[in-house]
Design a protein. Structure first.
Lengths: 361, 337
């Protein structure tokens, strides 16, 4: 085995161990707090597969995570820890809905394309602030992007409330989204929509960008060793800027797909939908490789659907999933977690190679 | 013009100044927590989650001990002496539990970031995620509710009338009658200054933050110092949590920190981790937050007003960056000479 193979095998094992430990903790907590733990655990683990509608729901829940997860992957590849995915997602959905409801006479395809462009532009525009603050003023992008998310939330609330809220309807909702641009349903009778295909395409394109283009190489170089990249003539600034903007754009598109796929009206008022933070877990589980994002997103979607089922049929509140989610991130991110095992793997491998060498001589 | 004079009318009152002090309190505590972490070389992004957890545990512990002391008798029917005893014990229990929760959260971050060498940013974000879900989960278990802990009868830290000052016209209205935690926060500014600059531990913390390798080479136990600094960081987050849920309001509500931990961290950034400058920056953010509150009564869309503190933080980050760049330039110019 080469050291790269060892690294890969170890990463897979470590991620699996992290997931199992976190889920084990979850089961333990459920057992303690629930009156009927067997029912709750069954609902959590098996529940998502019990009905076709729930399985369709898993894919639905996974769809936005494909976008925010991919956005995180691209930014984290270059060590840009921007959290802007959250705000970009929201503002993308917001402006997409605004454009759609104000131009509802347009035909389907052109309107859809323009709506996507609006959402992507909105996402990029959202990401500009923390990105420029980072490269121009070296302001920490984690803090500035989180602040920016609050600003975007307030802007989204304002814009929704004063520009496209359906006042006569009496609900806290926008005018209905025109039917011609809703995401088509993939299977009759299920809510599963075509957005998942766009999400998968985005993940694959992002993979090709990061691993198969010169620019992507520069991105990975900056992530691996910023000083080395700088001395090799790579513009660290433009990489930092471009990855954050691309991330914002992808998250913005995700917002549009989510709102056109699952909602009749824009209803996110006063709270952040939270997909940006979920994207962090997806990115961490995927080891920042966009090609693994669908797997990671599927897992998280399964867990969330399970928790949702459990929340409905038993007495365990859905919020405990956040704790499990945080635990998984911690275990995967902890370098020293299973470090002894990794050490053993490397030593054993070296011994084997030595023996093979001696035998050959 | 009319709008401006309206705003000025609202601002130039002692009540507004008192509000600023009140709103600054949790921000200041978070900022002090941020200082301790930054000074030892670790960004504590978990300030937000630590404060939230502390706020919850303060309320739960306070309500539970109060109930236990009363022995199941409703407060309205019980003997007044017993009620006052229960209130006092509940208050102390809440304060202790909240503080402990803050410290434990910070030690958890320390174990992850220092002990297991996880990326401190990721660990901080993960802890925040855990705290935002976990607090709702625990609230549900303790009170059967997911939003506000209204069924828990928790207490408040005492409100204090300052002698002499309370009788001075304007000053009295501003400075007297605030909650104990507000005064305590400003005492903690001095405390942080003393810890950092007048004690051996503080010197070690600063040395580790400046250059861990250099500190290690002269025999400083870097890990231990970072654990201590982060524990102190958590201590102030704990105070911050108590000041959120046991002073001007006496309940816990989900997500009640609402970014105050991050604003505190920005204040720390703006003040460049110096206690006094950070306190002034925290006051500035408190001012904007209070401004947002009073301007809601005017004909400005409320969202714009609510966005002010966050925009101010972004501006603050830029100001801080320009400031430190100028410093570097000056130093370089000096060296060139």
């Amino acid at each position: 085995m080469t050291s790269k193979q060892i690294e890969r095998r170890f990463n897979v094992l470590k991620t699996a161990a992290a997931i199992f430990l976190a889920l084990g903790f979850a089961l333990l907590v459920i057992t303690f707090v629930s009156e009927d733990p067997v029912k709750a655990i069954t609902a959590f683990i098996v529940g998502p597969f019990q009905k076709a509608s729930r399985m369709s729901n898993i894919v639905e829940v996974m769809t936005p995570l494909l976008f925010t997860g991919t956005a995180i992957c691209i930014m984290y590849q270059a060590n840009q820890f921007s959290m802007i995915g959250e705000g970009a997602f929201l503002i993308g959905a917001n402006l997409c809905t605004w454009f759609a409801v104000t131009h509802d006479k347009w035909a389907g395809l052109p309107l859809l394309l323009v709506c996507f462009i609006v959402a992507i532009t909105a996402g990029i525009a959202a990401a500009i602030v923390p990105a420029v603050l980072k490269v121009k003023f070296r302001a920490n992008e984690v803090v500035s992007s989180i602040m920016m998310n609050y600003v975007l939330l307030k802007f989204s609330d304002y814009f929704f409330y004063y520009y496209f809220r359906d006042v006569p309807s009496g609900q806290q909702a926008s005018y209905p989204i025109p039917a011609q641009i809703k995401m088509p349903k993939l299977i009759p009778g299920l809510r599963l929509h075509a957005g998942v295909l766009i999400g998968l395409a985005v993940a694959v394109l992002a993979y090709l960008f990061v691993y198969r283009t010169k620019w992507g190489y520069a991105v990975r170089m900056v992530g691996a060793n910023q000083n080395f990249a700088k001395y090799s003539g790579i513009s660290v600034m433009s990489v930092a800027l471009s990855t954050q903007l691309i991330g914002g754009g992808i998250a913005g598109l995700g917002g549009a797909v989510e709102i056109l796929g699952r909602y009749e009206r824009f209803v996110w008022f006063g709270t952040q939908p939270g997909f940006g933070f979920d994207g962090v877990l997806v990115g961490v589980l995927a080891k920042n490789n966009p090609l693994l994002v669908p797997v990671a997103a599927l897992f998280l979607a399964y867990m969330r659907t399970g928790a949702d089922v459990m929340n409905r049929v038993s007495d365990v509140p859905i919020e405990f999933v956040d704790v499990v989610q945080g635990l998984i991130i911690l275990f995967v991110a902890a370098e020293m977690f299973m470090a002894k095992y990794k050490h053993k793997l490397i030593v054993n491998n070296a011994k084997k190679q030595l023996e093979a060498k001696e035998a050959a001589e | 013009m009319e709008l401006i004079s309206q705003i000025l009318d609202l601002l130039l009152t002692p009540a507004f100044a008192a509000t600023v002090l009140r709103i600054t309190t949790p921000i200041l505590f978070a900022a002090l927590g941020g200082i301790m972490a930054r000074r030892c070389g670790i960004m504590n992004l978990a300030l937000e989650g630590s404060m939230l957890t502390a706020a919850l545990f303060a309320v739960v512990a306070s309500a539970l001990t109060k109930k236990a002391v009363l022995g199941g008798v409703s407060a309205a029917l019980a003997d007044p002496a017993l009620v006052s005893k229960a209130t006092t014990i509940g208050m102390i229990a809440g304060f202790v539990a909240g503080t402990l929760a803050g410290v434990l959260m910070a030690l958890f971050l320390a174990y992850m970031a220092v002990g297991l060498r996880a990326d401190a940013y990721l660990a901080g974000l993960a802890i925040n995620t855990m705290a935002s879900g976990g607090t709702v989960f625990i609230l549900y278990l303790a009170a059967g509710e997911k939003g506000v802990s209204s069924s828990l009868d928790s207490g408040a830290m005492p409100f204090i009338d300052l002698p002499i000052i309370k009788d001075i016209p304007v000053l009295g209205e501003i400075f007297s009658g605030q909650n104990m935690m507000t005064y305590f926060a400003w005492l903690c500014v001095i405390l942080v200054y003393v810890i950092l600059f007048k004690t051996a531990t503080g010197l070690r913390i600063r040395a580790v933050g400046e250059n861990p390798h250099a500190a290690e080479s002269v025999g400083v136990n870097v890990k231990k110092v970072q654990y201590i600094a982060l524990a102190l960081s958590g201590l102030f987050c704990g105070f911050g949590g108590v000041s959120l849920s046991m002073s001007y309001v006496q309940f816990f509500s989900r997500g009640m920190t609402a970014g105050k931990g991050f604003i505190g961290m920005s204040a720390m950034n703006l003040g460049n981790a110096s206690p006094v400058a950070t306190a002034i920056a925290a006051l500035l953010f408190g001012f904007f937050d209070a401004l947002a509150n009073v301007m809601q009564t005017l004909s400005i869309p409320v969202q714009f007003v609510q966005a002010i503190p966050y925009v101010a933080t972004l501006v603050g980050l830029v100001v801080f960056a320009i400031q430190s760049e100028n410093k570097v330039k000056k130093l370089k110019a000096k060296q060139a000479k």
